[in-house]
Ligand binder design. Structure first.
Ligand code: NAP
Length: 278
């Protein structure tokens, strides 16, 4: 008899996570004997919480706020991608040992590729707004995808300096440099919480941006952020951030449950509808 395979997402708070809905959809669709839940683990319980998942026979887990960085040194092994980014979002458990990786860079790239398959053959001067945890994954993704010069725009340039450990092809700029940088960019990525439901609203002036440039926001609540609305209205192609969340989940699902979910554009649209209707 096949044994029930279990995985989950850990974090605090955790009730907002869309991962259980996404993985449960794939478990059902691929006819797997498995389950994926959510477990609230407080920062001071992290080590004990992971031990408990190992003892309970979990195949692995995803990690969300606030454990992505703090879990890294507690794992038995961590791959180079996670080391470069400085955070883990996916752990596989094998023979009671924990193996960590970070699939956010993969998720970011795949979300662009599915909408614009040839984009990375002509990538020039991408601009990233923000320099937090997600920005580190996007820098890694763009650098691996061949970007020779990446411009990071932040409100505190000092705080962004650590991003230089990911790639040498990085220039850090203050927020007021954005209008000048926009004219050279083929991609603008927002990784700040600007535009997120319940957060402050900051208007980003896109007037210098080429109409050919792609604009993507990794914030996905709302799906069409004010930045994406403005960009779309002026004729830029826009890509929302929910696809990144969906794609980053694929490697974990495959490792834990043994089947790789395949996604084409209609399937992506369906998944977005399922997740956005929460
Ligand atoms: P984080 O580590 O807190 O970093 C946020 C960054 O945004 C920091 O550089 C911060 O600057 C900057 N920032 C915040 N408010 C700003 C403002 N008003 N003006 C200019 N810069 C501002 O957060 P994170 O983990 O990177 O996550 C960022 C967003 O991405 C969240 O909304 C998260 O939900 C989303 N996300 C989405 C995905 C996905 O799969 N789509 C994956 C990961 C994250 P300071 O350091 O100066 O505060």
């Amino acid at each position: 008899m096949t044994q029930m395979k279990k995985a989950c997402v850990i974090g605090s708070p955790i009730s907002h996570s869309l991962s259980p809905r996404l993985h449960s959809y794939w478990i059902k669709k691929t006819n797997i004997k498995g389950s994926y839940g959510a477990r609230e683990i407080l920062p001071e319980q992290l080590q004990a919480g992971v031990k408990s998942l190992i003892n309970e026979g979990f195949e692995g887990f995803n990690i969300t706020i606030p454990h992505k960085e703090t879990l890294l040194p507690l794992l038995d092994a961590v791959d180079d991608v996670a080391k470069h980014i400085g955070a883990v979002n996916t752990v596989v458990i094998r023979n009671a040992k924990t193996y960590g990786t970070n699939t956010d860079a993969f998720g970011f790239i795949e979300n662009i590729k599915i909408h614009t398959p040839d984009y990375f053959s002509k990538i020039t001067n991408p601009i990233i707004l923000g320099a937090g945890g997600a920005a580190r994954a996007v820098v890694k993704a763009l650098s691996d995808a061949g970007a020779r010069s990446i411009d990071v725009v932040v409100r505190d340039t000092k705080k962004a300096e650590s991003l230089g450990s990911i790639t040498g092809n990085l220039n850090i700029h203050a927020w007021d440099s954005l209008p000048i940088l926009l004219s050279q960019a083929s991609l603008l990525v927002n990784t700040t919480p600007i535009g997120m439901q319940g957060k402050e609203s900051v208007t980003i002036d896109l007037s210098g941006l080429s109409k050919e440039a792609l604009v993507t926001d990794i914030v996905y609540n709302p799906l069409m952020t004010p930045l994406l609305q403005t960009a779309s209205q002026r004729g830029n192609k826009v890509i929302d951030g929910l696809g990144m969340l969906i794609f980053q989940a694929i490697p974990g699902f495959e490792s834990w449950f043994g089947k790789r979910p395949e996604i084409d554009l209609p399937e992506l649209q369906q998944l977005k509808q399922i997740l956005a209707s929460v």
